[in-house]
Design a protein around this ligand. Structure first.
Ligand SMILES: Nc1ncnc2c1ncn2[C@@H]1O[C@H](COP(=O)(O)OP(=O)(O)O)[C@@H](O)[C@H]1O
Ligand SMILES: [Mg+2]
Length: 235
């Protein structure tokens, strides 16, 4: 593997060029942040656990016919991916009410939605990732109406696959966030899917098995992440 010039260093991953113009090298770091970077720590092994879970779930999604940026793992914290022009949106799918949707609207924590709810946020930490609607997405020239439909449909398909998978290993998929990017005429799933980007509750309880453990000091973060990793990868 040839790690080329640094392209971007985000809150939890660093992205490098590779020897091929259409491929990038993503390094999952041990940094963990919450509240728009307001809370920050380093947890040994966190990068590797998120990388492994992401790679596993991307593969699972590929098998279900969803195109992702994953090419292969180069080492435990390093993923080779297709280079995408990222769409600056966070596409969030919610099966149950938790987090911001409970703060912002009169839902009860844990309330099950009859139909999954898809929400889009504009990805911009300086603006605190404001919620965005279809008309604003189009006015900003981020996506066409047809592309919005394609992305929402992909997000719901991802939800069906992941929800069923987690149910099998005793975890409730409460919600998750994904990011997409363009690759030629295609729109692919990019970034990561990990305990940082999903809410997972121990089945039948509301016990957090995800980054809420870090956000709200609910217990040992790495113990939780490792437990989820072991359950996922024993599958
Ligand atoms: N395949 C890809 N091609 C280009 N950029 C990507 C790809 N996958 C993810 N990214 C971007 O790389 C960055 C990953 O680092 P991360 O630490 O998550 O950053 P951030 O703090 O912006 O969320 C994100 O900005 C993400 O949108
Ligand atoms: Mg990120």
């Amino acid at each position: 593997m040839t790690k080329g010039a640094l392209l971007y260093s985000g809150k939890a991953k660093t992205v490098y060029l590779s020897e091929k113009p259409d491929e990038l090298i993503v390094s999952f770091r041990d940094d963990i942040t919450a509240f728009d970077g307001g809370k920050k720590d380093q947890l040994s092994g966190k990068g590797a656990s998120n990388a492994k879970v992401s790679a596993f779930l991307f593969q699972l999604l590929e098998e279900a016919g969803i195109k992702t940026h994953l090419i292969r793992m180069e080492d435990p914290t390093t993923m080779r991916v297709r280079r995408l022009t990222m769409v600056p949106l966070e596409v969030i799918v919610r099966n149950r009410a938790a987090g911001s949707i409970v703060r912002n609207y009169p839902f009860t924590e844990g309330q099950v939605f009859d139909t999954p709810i898809v929400v889009t946020d504009y990805k911009d930490d300086t603006r605190h990732d404001p919620m965005i609607n279809d008309d604003i997405i189009i006015a900003l020239g981020l996506l066409t109406r047809n592309e919005i439909a394609i992305i929402k449909e992909a997000a719901l398909k991802i939800n069906s696959v992941l929800k069923a998978f987690f149910e099998n290993i005793g975890l409730d998929l409460v919600d998750f966030k994904v990011e997409f990017g363009r690759c030629g005429d295609d729109i692919l799933l990019g970034d990561e899917i990990s305990m940082d980007s999903m809410r997972l509750w121990e089945r039948g309880t509301m016990k957090s098995m995800d980054k809420d453990v870090y956000r709200f000091g609910k217990g040992d973060v790495m113990e939780t992440y490792t437990a989820v990793l072991n359950r996922i990868c024993k599958e």
